[in-house]
Design a protein around this ligand. Structure first.
Ligand SMILES: [Zn+2]
Length: 367
């Protein structure tokens, strides 16, 4: 009796709170969507300029970079959470006029035809970083960071606002990782680069990590990421050096950043610069989110000795705080199997109708 009375008493109040929250959520989501579209638009324009400038220097550069960026932005727009079963973000929304839209569609048709049927292998920012390193040459990482700082200025979505108006796909949210293999005092490998996953949205990030575990990353990185939660690690040979840089506002310049606890744990025997320091900060991102994954994956793909000498371990914590490590094989096929199921599940939650065994044949390859 008492509890009934109580329930009747609070129900209208609770209901109005829920309604208010729902309204606010709706408004917030509209703003998030608006910003995502604007970010995509600005990214496309700025990337186009960079790509054109690169092409002027090296005329044999193909359309592939730009087509890949368009496809990825359209895909991420398409899988963006829809409210009230509304229509997804369509490519047209990223262009300021019908004329420009139609011109781009004619010039780069593949991106417009396949954003609902094929998946990207990397984020827009990773494509940009790749373009800049090919353009500037990989040996001078300071020049690359400087160039990215300059690009950022053109990518800010709304210059009058605070850092909340930085581009979703870009720069401020991204950490850049730079790594190389110092074989001995005389020989060192080229520098390899990677960016963190700047793609805005929890599901979007999970989609990109899962797709990367299937297709993009080297076996050892995919293993460390996929099994990171269950304590698996990879140990690289002596001599791998890995540095990270994060853009700091308001100046927008890159400063050194130490690795997070997850990278420190899953990538062992690496000389991180700056060194890892324990932190109270909650690092609630997923394994696979950080820039180190991409740069180390590129290093492993490029350097045969590093690849051959990298070993995977399963890590056990014993009760007396002793830890044991047992060597385990790198089983990419099993990871791919599990990741395909997860990818299908994630994509189907965002408007696709895809089966596990169709995932692998649907990666986007720009012509
Ligand atoms: Zn990390």
């Amino acid at each position: 009796m008492d509890s009934n009375h109580h329930a009747a008493d609070v129900t209208p109040h609770v209901r109005s709170n829920i309604q208010r929250r729902k309204k606010l959520n709706h408004k917030d989501k509209e703003l998030i969507k608006k910003k995502l579209v604007k970010s995509g638009t600005v990214f496309i324009i700025e990337f186009f300029k960079q790509w054109k400038a690169f092409k002027e220097k090296k005329p044999n550069v193909t359309n592939a970079y730009f087509v890949e960026v368009l496809h990825c932005i359209f895909f991420l727009g398409y899988i963006h959470e829809r409210q009230d079963k509304k229509k997804p973000i369509e490519p047209r929304e990223f262009f300021s006029s019908d004329g420009i839209y139609e011109r781009f569609q004619k010039l780069f048709p593949q991106a417009f035809e396949q954003y609902r049927t094929h998946w990207p292998t990397r984020t827009p920012f990773s494509i940009l970083l790749d373009l800049v390193t090919k353009w500037k040459g990989c040996s001078n990482h300071t020049a690359i960071l400087k160039h990215l700082e300059d690009i950022r200025k053109g990518m800010v979505v709304d210059k009058n606002k605070d850092d909340q108006c930085e581009n979703n796909y870009c720069l401020v949210a991204s950490v850049i990782s730079v790594c190389y293999f110092q074989e001995d005092m005389k020989r060192s490998s080229p520098i390899y680069y990677g960016a963190s996953l700047s793609c805005s949205g929890r599901v979007e990030t999970q989609v990109m990590i899962t797709l990367s575990c299937i297709k993009t990353w080297n076996d050892a990185v995919a293993h460390a990421v996929w099994h990171g939660k269950s304590g698996n690690i990879i140990r690289l040979p002596n001599g791998v050096i890995c540095m990270a840089y994060k853009m700091k506002l308001p100046r927008g310049s890159y400063l050194e950043e130490s690795p997070c606890v997850k990278c420190h744990r899953i990538f062992q025997n690496i000389d991180f610069i700056p060194v890892y320091t324990e932190s109270d900060k909650t690092q609630d991102w997923h394994y696979g989110n950080c820039a180190e994954n991409e740069s180390l994956s590129n290093l492993l793909n490029g350097e045969e000795r590093v690849r051959n000498e990298t070993v995977a371990y399963r890590h056990y914590e014993e009760q007396d705080s002793h830890s044991l490590q047992e060597q385990v094989p790198l089983d990419r096929a099993e990871i791919v199997n599990q990741a395909k199921k997860k990818a299908a599940q994630l994509l189907n939650s965002r408007g696709f109708k895809i089966k596990d065994d169709e995932i692998e044949s649907k990666f986007f390859h720009p012509n």
